[in-house]
Design a protein around this ligand. Structure first.
Ligand SMILES: Nc1ncnc2c1ncn2[C@@H]1O[C@H](COP(=O)(O)OP(=O)(O)OP(=O)(O)O)[C@@H](O)[C@H]1O
Ligand SMILES: [Mg+2]
Length: 237
């Protein structure tokens, strides 16, 4: 049997933004390969901050964050950036697409920064463009939209482009920060089902942040950051 490290392993993490009170104090948090985890918490509770720490954009003041067994604090800032693009795909609330680039160019972007993802996408599909087209098609974006500027698409379409960009080259972890808040309930669930099937096809774990409690039952695990975070629990006492 192959023994796989957890995708995310976090121990005794403490983080405060400069000149601010302690925001996060988390004893343990683990995400296993292929697990789908729902993360909720009140506005301002530090969900996006936690995702930034998992991406290695910020480092904690103390404690340890491991992604695929790699301690992020052991890497230089540029090595952390590389590690993030190699192994994780992010979907942001505002999608962060480059509006003047075509849909296809937006989707292949991670492969321009990560040799590993370029290699994986090319091996599977022949080229990164073919990989992007296949993903976009699976996510329901017709071929004639692929050459359009991303900024010309509807919100729901942009969201699918952002998902394809996160998934290309099969990162082990997909992180989504409230990507459904602009959609109505039906489109929200349909998008989530698409995301699930694409993550399953790529063997990726999914960490999905949302305020929408009704989505929680669709996941393997649901976590409330205000329960997990000792800094917040202490404020409540
Ligand atoms: N770049 C930053 N510099 C300084 N403080 C920040 C920064 N980003 C966030 N914060 C502060 O950290 C706290 C948590 O913010 P964060 O964005 O992580 O919350 P959130 O749980 O994602 O909220 P929401 O549900 O509204 O998206 C807030 O008090 C915020 O002001
Ligand atoms: Mg947030």
């Amino acid at each position: 049997m192959v023994c796989q490290s957890p995708i995310i392993e976090l121990h005794d993490l403490r983080f405060a933004w400069p000149k601010q009170d302690l925001l996060l104090d988390i004893a343990e948090f683990t995400v296993q390969p292929q697990q789908r985890v729902f993360l909720k918490g009140p506005s301002g509770s530090g969900k996006t901050t936690l995702l930034g720490l998992l991406g290695g954009v910020q480092l904690p003041q103390s404690g340890c964050i491991k992604l695929l067994g790699q301690d992020l604090s052991q890497l230089s800032a540029s090595a952390r950036d590389r590690f993030r693009v190699d192994h994780s795909g992010f979907i942001f609330q505002q999608f962060n697409l480059l509006p003047f680039l075509s849909v296809l160019d937006n989707v292949v972007l991670p492969c321009q920064f990560s040799k590993l993802r370029k290699q994986r996408a090319s091996i599977r599909h022949g080229s990164i463009e073919a990989a992007a087209q296949a993903l976009l098609q699976q996510l329901g974006l017709a071929r004639q939209l692929h050459s359009k500027q991303a900024g010309e698409l509807s919100i729901g379409q942009q969201q699918r482009v952002a998902a394809a960009r996160a998934l290309i080259g099969q990162p082990e972890l997909v992180i989504a920060d409230e990507p459904t808040s602009a959609l109505d309930a039906d489109s929200r669930e349909a998008f989530l089902q698409l995301l699930f099937s694409e993550c399953a096809a790529a063997d990726a774990s999914l960490l999905f942040v949302s305020h929408d409690q009704s989505l929680a039952t669709l996941f393997d695990r649901s976590i409330d950051l205000s329960q997990l975070n000792r800094a917040m629990r202490e404020q409540e006492v």
